[in-house]
Ligand binder design. Sequence first.
Ligand code: UGA
Length: 432
Amino acid sequence: MNSQKVCVIGCGYVGLVTGACLAEMGHGVVCVDNDRGKIKALQKGRIPIYEPGLDILVTKNRVRKRLSFAPSIKEGLKDAGIVFIAVGTPPRSDGSADLTFIESVAREIALNLQRYTVVIEKSTVPVETGEQVEKTIARYNRRRVSFDMVSNPEFLREGTAIHDFLHPDRIVIGVKSERAEKAMRDLYAPLKTKVLVTDLKSSELIKHASNSFLATKISFMNAVGRVCELVGADATQVAEGMGLDPRIGKSFLQAGIGFGGFCLPKDLEAFLYISKKVGYDFDLLRMVKDINETQRAHFVKKIEEAVWILKGKTIGLLGISFKPRTDDIRFAPSLDIIHRLQTQGAKIKVYDPVAMPKAKTVLNQATFCRNAYDAARGADCLGIVTEWPEFGELDFAKIKKLMENAIIVDGRNMLNPTRIKALGFEYKGMGR
Ligand code: UGA
């Protein structure tokens, strides 16, 4: 195999997974971050994020000396001819992406180029960012070292990021030269996966369009679910019937409290903003966003309908993370739901298998429980917010005895209503 020297800038979620996986594929990788504390921790083997399997991969490749960490781009570019930009692109209040970090990294790269280098944008960025980065590097690249700009969006899902990186459905590369295309094909050759080569802007748009489409699928199904409730149909059965058509597909058709996390909401917002900026009002996406927001209110309304008056009632909630197998609570529906319930005077008891340390830093006045049974004890209603598989395995007969009132509102349709009702619960799902 043609092993390459790679520098990954940004030791956040995307950067660390990218660096560890490229090392696992046999390349020599230096991961760089300007947060010295983070680099020191990583050098000692401490991983700052929760992602299943990442700690093992990082340790294994550090021991093999294929993966190292450095505090400056200068050090990172000493040997590397390939550099990934994987720094944050946080949302601004108007929905646009803040590209300050990308710009300053581009300048640093320009000042430290040692040889022909392929510069790859890995972070999710608005269309035309690649061109701006290219211009910035050219402007500060005083020694005129040659380089090529590439867009290579990531399609990683939190919780399964390592698997997604090493077994991708597709690798998209947006290039402007054959030399860069060859370098990218060589880099990913060990994965033996289909590589789609496009121009720079199309590649950038593929990422925003993909995430916005996934969000649209979810909101579409949630809207169908609302109609199901009104006519007495079951959204899970409707989704199953729709999903059997391969043109539709069964994934992302799960009705519930809607999508959250750092990617779908942010990318949807950014795509709306970009489309408007270039002259197209992508109204459909505004509806997708609105439907998503109303699902949370709808879930709270179901709890309210079940207990009548929320003030003074105890509501147990299972799950805080925006989806299972992650401790990520950014833009998690749970936060909005808890806020709405508390505003109406409800007392919240909550349990999540891994997200509680993070939740404790942002949630006020909620009682954090040791386990799901503890969250159910004394509750007037139990709400399921995140579909952690272990919640499906709970002893619901025991839960019934612990609760003040045996009411379950299942925000993710993860329980079997017949079984739960047979145990004596009042059960409400979403879209059924
Ligand atoms: C998403 C995309 O799935 C990845 O392909 C992409 O690379 C990533 O964003 C990114 O841009 O970096 P992720 O945010 O990890 O990945 O989460 P998803 O698995 O997509 O779930 C997003 C949200 O949708 C979750 O809150 C989930 O509960 C919700 N969801 C998902 C539904 O409400 N219904 C469904 O049927 C599916």
